[in-house]
Design a protein around this ligand. Sequence first.
Ligand code: GTP
Ligand code: MG
Length: 370
Amino acid sequence: DESVTVLELSQAMGKTVTDIIKKLMQLGVLATINQEIDADTASILAADWGITVEVKKSVTAEEILAEEPDETDEDLIHRPPVVTVMGHVDHGKTSLLDAIRETNVIASEAGGITQHIGAYQVEIDGKKITFLDTPGHEAFTAMRARGAQVTDIAVLVVAADDGVMPQTVEAINHAKAAGVPIVVAINKIDKPDATPDRVKQELTEYGLVVEEWGGDTITVPVSAKARQNIDQLLEMILLVAEVQDLKANPERAARGTVIEAQLDKGRGPVATVLVQKGTLNIGDVIVAGTAVGKVRAMVDDKGRRVKKADPSMPVEVLGLSDVPQAGDTFSVVTEEKLAKQVISERVNKRKEEEQKRTSKVSLDDLFKQI
Ligand code: GTP
Ligand code: MG
């Protein structure tokens, strides 16, 4: 839909409006001074005078923001995997996340209150893993509805005394749809009525064949309650991550996703973000959804103030003008003008979508009444 008026064309080509209109008539086009001429017609017309027309697409601020810097493989370094825990109600997702966190709390921190920021990192033999602390299903659906993919690996928790249940199947489908590998944690093996083999059997019905039966699904029997085999689960996650060869360039403007956000009485809008590319620094100006602001302070999962956050690191960010939504992407911007344009485009887009939704609803209502 690129077009130009006769007047603009005459100015750009250094010809009179009459010249242009005459040429157009020769081509069989009757035009006035303010007539819109499409790119093809303009090219044909210009060619007659030996002028080449370059068609420039109109670019939105969103598109400018989405532009990626040139990168070579040498710019990329390994980054920790980002893991989501999913599974059926009461199968032990929260208990497992707690067990992982506690197993990893170093002595000096024991007794200290660990800040809850919706995501945390653990470290095993110098290798980090990022866990999203949000309920897996919600995280997946909210994020995926916005087109954000944050998870590298899904840990599927299945209680050994209960087996594969409806939300287990849902979780498998979510992970498959997102193309994310699954590591199965067969939980509650401390229970007398635990039957891990039955779980493995049931999993085969959904295409997950465990390794000892010739498949490639990694399963780890664990007890979140008795803190059993948690280390082994973490090792398996690292193994899968190694195969994935996850990399990111830390030397560029940061980009990532909002994991959760709220309005804090004392601190204003607070967003927990996951940095996915680049390094986020204090003083950076970021756009997150329709919020903008200069990063005033950052707090890590241990409640410590940090000056920077590198790829796969979750941090709380202070300094935003507004509360963004979970699943919103954030980007560092160097020009405040671009940030403003992006936000106005996003606000307009949201309004349009809202209008579409409401007009659809009223039409549906109308038909219902008929
Ligand atoms: P929702 O968030 O409600 O879906 O549940 P969840 O999957 O987070 O399960 P949660 O961690 O809340 O655990 C549910 C119940 O199972 C709690 O009573 C836990 O104490 C218990 N539980 C979790 N893990 C284990 C385990 O390894 N062994 C035993 N015996 N009980 C467990
Ligand atoms: Mg829970």
